[in-house]
Ligand binder design. Structure first.
Ligand code: MN
Ligand code: MN
Length: 245
C-alpha cells in the first residue's frame, strides 16, 4: 500500500550542530521503564524531545514517577509525551479507570507536555499527539476500525508533526510475525494531512526512518525486538532518532 515509494533514510547527525533555521527534534518511544538499564542509549540534546508512548510496562505510579524523574534529567527545552497501550492508567476508559484517575497520572508528568488527541505549537511547529492503536490483547487505548476513523478525523489539517503510538500501515509496521500491523486509516489520514514528520513506535521491530518524499516517518521504538523482547538474556536498544526540521 504505497510502500514501494517509501525509502529508508538517515537521520540528522546529533554530533553536528543544526542549521540556524532548523528545529532539532529528538525522537524516542517504547522505553518501557528501561531508562536505568546500563545499555540504555544516551539521549542527544535538541530543541524538542518527543516520546511516542509505552514509557512504562503497566502504567504503575512507580513507573510514571521514575519516567518523569528521568525526563527531568534531560536538557531539552521542550518535551512532548503521548501514552501507549502499556501506559494503561492514562486511559480513562480502561477497566476501573475514570477521568479522575487518568488526570491524576497525567499530572505526574510534570517534566513534559502530555498530548492526548490534542495539539501544542512549539518553534512554529504544530504538534498533534494521539495514543490509540488497533485492538490486540488486553491493554489501554485500543480501538476498532470505525472508532479509529473517528479519532484520526480529529487530526488537524495543518499538523506539522504528528505523534501517534502506532504506525501507519506499511511503513515501519512489519512485526516479527511478518504481518503489517499498522493502521490503514491512519496511513490514509497522513497522506491527506501531509505532516512534515510522523513519529511513532509500538511495533519495535519496525524501528527506523523512512520517507515517501512528503513526510518523514520515524518509528522511534527504543527497546529493540518484538513480543518477548524483555525475556531475552540481554535487552538491546535502538538509538534515538534525530531530525532537524
Ligand atoms: Mn512497546
Ligand atoms: Mn505499544
Amino acid at each position: 500500500m504505497g510502500s514501494k515509494l517509501v525509502k529508508e533514510i538517515q537521520g540528522s547527525d546529533p554530533t553536528k550542530p543544526k542549521a540556524n533555521n532548523k528545529t532539532r527534534i529528538v525522537c524516542i518511544s517504547d522505553t518501557h521503564s528501561q531508562t536505568d538499564n546500563e545499555d540504555f542509549p544516551s539521549i542527544p540534546d535538541g530543541d524538542i524531545l518527543i516520546h511516542s508512548g509505552d514509557f512504562s510496562n503497566h502504567g504503575t505510579h512507580e513507573d510514571i514517577e521514575k519516567f518523569n524523574a528521568w525526563l527531568g534529567t534531560l536538557p531539552h527545552q521542550h518535551k512532548v509525551v503521548i501514552a501507549g497501550n502499556h501506559d494503561k492508567t492514562f486511559d480513562a476508559t480502561f477497566e476501573n479507570n475514570n477521568e479522575e484517575s487518568a488526570k491524576e497520572v497525567q499530572d505526574k508528568l510534570t517534566n513534559a507536555t502530555y498530548l492526548q488527541d490534542s495539539m501544542i505549537e512549539l518553534n512554529n511547529l504544530k504538534i498533534f499527539g494521539s495514543p490509540w492503536v488497533p485492538k490486540h490483547g488486553h491493554w489501554g487505548f485500543l480501538l476498532n476500525e470505525s472508532q479509529r476513523l473517528e479519532k484520526w478525523a480529529q487530526i488537524p489539517e495543518d499538523t506539522d508533526v504528528l505523534i501517534t503510538h502506532g504506525p501507519p500501515h506499511g511503513i515501519g509496521d512489519l512485526a516479527d510475525s511478518d504481518v503489517h500491523l499498522g493502521c490503514k486509516h491512519l496511513l490514509a489520514k497522513v497522506k491527506e494531512v501531509k505532516p512534515k514528520l510522523h513519529v511513532y513506535g509500538h511495533i519495535h521491530e519496525g524501528a527506523g526512518i523512512r520517507t515517501d518524499g512528503t513526510t518523514i516517518f520515524a518509528n522511534a521504538g527504543t527497546v529493540s525486538g518484538g513480543i518477548g523482547w524483555h525475556k531475552r538474556e540481554k535487552i538491546t536498544f535502538n538509538q534515538p532518532i534525530v531530525i532537524d526540521l
